[in-house]
Write a protein that binds this ligand. Sequence first.
Ligand SMILES: [Zn+2]
Length: 497
Amino acid sequence: MGFLQAVYSLGEMASEAAKDSPFADVMNFLQLPYPITEAQNGKVFAIRVWLEVDDPQVEVLDINGVADIDRIEYQAIGNDEIKIKERCLYRDPVGSNVSWRFSPLYKLGRGSKDPLKELMGESGSWQENNKCRFYKLYNNLLSDYEKSSCFSEGSTDRIMAGLVGKIDKIIEFWESKTPCFLLFGLKTGDRFLYPGEVAAFVNYFKNKLNPDMPAKKRIAQQTTYCALCGEKEKKLETLDKVFKFATFDKPGFLPGTKDGAGIKEKVFPVCETCYGVLSAGKEEMERRFVNFNVIPKTSLYVIPEIIFDKKEYYRIASDFTRNFLKNGMRNEINLFSLLARVNEGLVYHFLFAEINQAQLIIHSLIEDVPPTRLRQLEELWKETCTAFGYEMNNSSKKGYLDTAISQIIAVLLSLAGKREQDRVVMKERIIAVISGLLNAEPIGVEEIKRLIVSRLASMFTDPDWISPKEKNKMPGRLRIKGMAEVLDFLYRVNGRE
Ligand SMILES: [Zn+2]
């Protein structure tokens, strides 16, 4: 998962407002193909057939063949009943003698002793054996999609040829102990588009449900998908309305695309529902999960994301962790030590940003940092402190990870020149070092060392640096020690497993 999904789930946590299903008009007619049950013997497998198309969102699907076949547990299709219904787009057939189904879902049942014969028929030629599964699949389900102009001419034959070509996979997946069904969807990139996510299948369903409704009108509303939930709605918002920093100046922040005409709308359209949830999440993030204490003039957002089952996580989490999730860390002074003490089962997303003329400029985004990594950093810092003769006990703030971070910042800032531009460059470097720590990347210690050495000469000629007149300014001797501690720590970090 990533930053946006984390913000999204913050939004979900913030408001459990009922979401309007984009299938509101047909929701009452959707059924579950199988009941949902916790029982082990209630298990069902979905054998997914990934159909290959050039364009998944056209009115008439032109199917080139079968790209892949895989198998997932039925209940993994969606995380709740509504999602499964929407995705499967299933409704029981109107009778046993009709030659069409509402959705491209074919129930195989349990596997038999000879699955090849069961699928292809005695002679091995499914077209001639009206008892075999492929014959029934073709005649009672798929061919009507072509007759009803949902598939282009020849598509059904290409699907059948693809199934026969990949029959080994179906046989492998077709369990004798567990009921299975074939579920046809479209391959788009790496994603499987479920029937309910394909405009042509939805239209077909609606036509079968209510043949009087004109299809043309409906397809116009069903052309784009929400980038977050995969659902389609007629009205889409773009991400830059939620985040002032949703610009394309950081490749990688939005999924691997550079800016260009019409790109933003294509890459990250979100439906009205997700737009609402994201906006709520962003409010939460601005309100509770931002900290201004770490780096001067920089907002550090830390978005927690629970990677376990949420309910279960709340049950096992310590009070400390629960408080953190509830209250955030806006005013926390020892931010990193706090983050290191939170229970496992969540990750953090760190976003370093700066406000500039009402725009948020992103400096760095580090995703998926587990608390263990912060604990490891804190342990390494404690090793440094011990090596430099500090007594380490629980009340010693010297051993906090925050001390390490603030010391790195102080050292690097002290090496920056007096000009504003020098300080800006140094700040970039500071953020790069902290990002590297969080992201478990090696830190360029040699470079920092060279920088220190190159500046030392001029510092030693400055009497005020060696023994400052101002009382709260550190004498040079202690500053050198601080630099040595930072270097020692960074070397240890680079040596971490
Ligand atoms: Zn959505």
